[in-house]
Design a protein around this ligand. Structure first.
Ligand SMILES: C[S@@+](CC[C@H](N)C(=O)[O-])C[C@H]1O[C@@H](n2cnc3c(N)ncnc32)[C@H](O)[C@@H]1O
Length: 280
């Protein structure tokens, strides 16, 4: 079975960093082997150098996308780490509605813009949408849009289709919410249209320049920057801070910190949760 030599590790780790920012230190040779071996076999390549040469000359980008799908860790679950969703329910959404009602009055549908950056297969997006529906009940009074983006086309395809296996549903979705918000079909559970309609999914590399027509009230960027270099993290959080509304909220992963990376943002605490806001 082909293994990755030191020279091949160097080629691949540089290439992977250049296409998605994921940084692999020299202890991660096994990751290249286990995750890229199926692609090596699929393309009939004899070793990792052959595969590298084949991927580099594929100007259709098809091979690059397959490498990204293979190398990314798309681990996620519904209501992952629960405290960000309690934060949404008990603080962020009530505060936002209060502020928007004061500034816009009661007559108009209140806009709420949310971005799940690196949303993987969509569980973070649908967990957020379900919290909003449970809390606000009549969604016609609000103009809610939840954008989910991820670099993996495979992840975005599943997120967009909104179908989950029993195993995926068992990871975080209660039986009550499952019957209320999902429809069972032959292959799993599919999100109902009322919740699906709140979301829009797009492929996007967070390390490429981005701009949006409107600022976001809430940005989730959880468990992706852990794979990036300090330099790429700094670039990412600075860019996210520019996409955040002046009174918006940034939520990062429970084991992550942006201390020293983005002076524009300050940490705030609510019960068990930390979130970030722009300094006044
Ligand atoms: C571990 S998952 C986190 C999913 C979700 N945010 C959560 O916390 O449950 C990391 C996701 O980051 C995505 N990712 C990795 N590099 C990325 C990049 N440069 N731009 C956008 N997404 C990226 C991967 O495809 C993967 O779906």
């Amino acid at each position: 079975m082909a293994t990755v030599s030191a020279a091949e590790f160097s080629l691949w780790s540089h290439y992977i960093h250049s296409i998605c920012g994921i940084q692999l230190d020299s202890s991660k040779g096994y990751l290249i082997e286990t995750r890229l071996r199926p692609l090596m076999q699929e393309t009939g390549c004899a070793n990792f150098t052959d595969l590298y040469n084949k991927v580099k000359v594929d100007f259709t980008n098809g091979s690059r996308k397959k490498v990204i799908d293979a190398i990314t860790t798309r681990e996620t679950s519904f209501f992952r780490d629960i405290s960000p969703f309690e934060l949404l329910q008990h603080k962020i959404i009530p505060d936002l509605i209060d502020q928007r009602t004061k500034s816009m009055g009661n007559g108009r549908r209140l806009p709420i813009r949310i971005w799940s950056a690196a949303c993987s297969t969509g569980q973070e997006v649908y967990s957020t949408a379900i919290v909003l529906k449970d809390l606000l009940v009549d969604l016609t009074r609000y103009d809610i849009r939840i954008l989910g983006t991820d670099i993996s086309d495979k992840a975005i395809a599943q997120a967009s289709y909104g179908r989950y296996s029993k195993l995926e549903m068992d990871r975080g979705m209660s039986a009550q919410r499952m019957s209320r918000y999902f429809q069972q079909d032959k292959e799993g559970w599919r999100i109902r249209d009322e919740i699906r309609a709140l979301a829009l999914f797009k492929p996007m590399n967070l390390l490429e320049p981005f701009a949006f027509p409107q600022k976001f009230d809430i940005i989730f960027c959880r468990n992706v920057a852990i794979y990036f270099s300090e330099q790429d993290k700094t670039q990412l959080f600075r860019a996210l801070s520019k996409a955040l509304a002046p009174d918006g909220y940034l939520i990062i992963g429970s084991t992550e910190s942006i201390a020293g990376l983005c002076p524009e943002l300050e940490p705030k605490r609510y019960l068990r949760s930390v979130f970030y806001q722009l300094k006044p």
